[in-house]
Design a protein around this ligand. Structure first.
Ligand SMILES: CC(=O)SCCNC(=O)CCNC(=O)[C@H](O)C(C)(C)COP(=O)(O)OP(=O)(O)OC[C@H]1O[C@@H](n2cnc3c(N)ncnc32)[C@H](O)[C@@H]1OP(=O)(O)O
Length: 211
């Protein structure tokens, strides 16, 4: 984990969880960007609040790292948009890993990946840029998780799964081995996926069926 100071984008529940991880690891938080002032009550005391993107641009891209604090419950599009905007301005996103996560030495976490408490990433798996593997979720061996993906709390991915960009895998969903999940699709909470998921589709239920 980096010792470079970070700025957190967003101040809702996901940002709070990230603050917790960063503080455990004594990472300096330069500020939290909360354009919507109504969210400020969610922010821990003592963290400097930046109220607009302009405040972030006062910090040189080589002096800070950004942490994407936007969560997602369905679409990951907003997280992707904010990531791409700041990348276009030359900023780099920190990869954040809770100390209780188990990450194989042969797994790869790409820029801005966020691995929450109790998550497990098995050998030869890749977690793409700006993707979240949330609390107690597991990604077994040889999985390829694309960019801007959210694997929500407790989801279980068996071995050899390919998840394309922009997918949301809902809380507690289970995916059997070798499945391909097409880009920008949504797997509903609790679904059990036994067949390929088409891009831009929504699947739910046991076994999961497309809506
Ligand atoms: C740390 C965190 O909190 S991260 C957040 C993680 N959260 C998630 O992963 C949530 C993922 N989202 C879901 O599973 C949602 O329920 C969705 C996206 C599948 C559906 O949401 P919406 O479009 O708002 O649907 P809505 O709640 O109106 O329900 C529509 C119908 O689908 C059913 N339904 C909703 N969710 C599910 C589900 N997961 N599985 C099966 N059926 C479902 C509802 O019962 C309802 O059925 P009805 O029409 O017969 O009454």
């Amino acid at each position: 984990m980096t010792k470079t100071p970070v700025i957190i984008l967003g101040s809702g529940g996901h940002a709070k969880v990230l603050i917790d991880i960063l503080q455990i690891q004594n990472i300096e938080i330069t500020g939290i960007c909360s354009p919507d002032m109504t969210f400020i009550q969610n922010v821990d005391n003592g963290i400097h609040v930046l109220s607009s993107d302009a405040d972030i641009f006062e910090h040189q891209p080589d002096k800070v790292l950004l942490v994407n604090g936007l969560g997602s419950v369905k679409s990951t599009a907003k997280r992707e948009e904010i990531f791409k905007m700041f990348k276009s301005k030359g900023y780099t996103f920190a990869t954040v890993v809770h100390p209780s996560a188990i990450i194989s030495q042969n797994a790869r976490l790409l820029e801005g990946a966020q691995i929450m408490a109790g998550a497990i990433i098995q050998t030869d798996s890749v977690i793409g840029v700006n993707s979240i593997v949330s609390t107690k979720a597991s990604v077994d061996h040889d999985c390829k998780i694309g960019n801007h993906v959210h694997v929500a709390p407790g989801a279980t991915l068996s071995g050899g799964i390919t998840v394309d960009d922009g997918v949301h895998i809902g809380t507690g969903a289970t995916i059997i081995q070798g499945i391909h999940i097409g880009r920008n699709s949504l797997v509903a909470a609790g679904a059990v996926v036994t067949k390929e998921v088409r891009e831009f589709s929504v699947v739910r239920g046991i076994p999961a069926k497309e809506l």
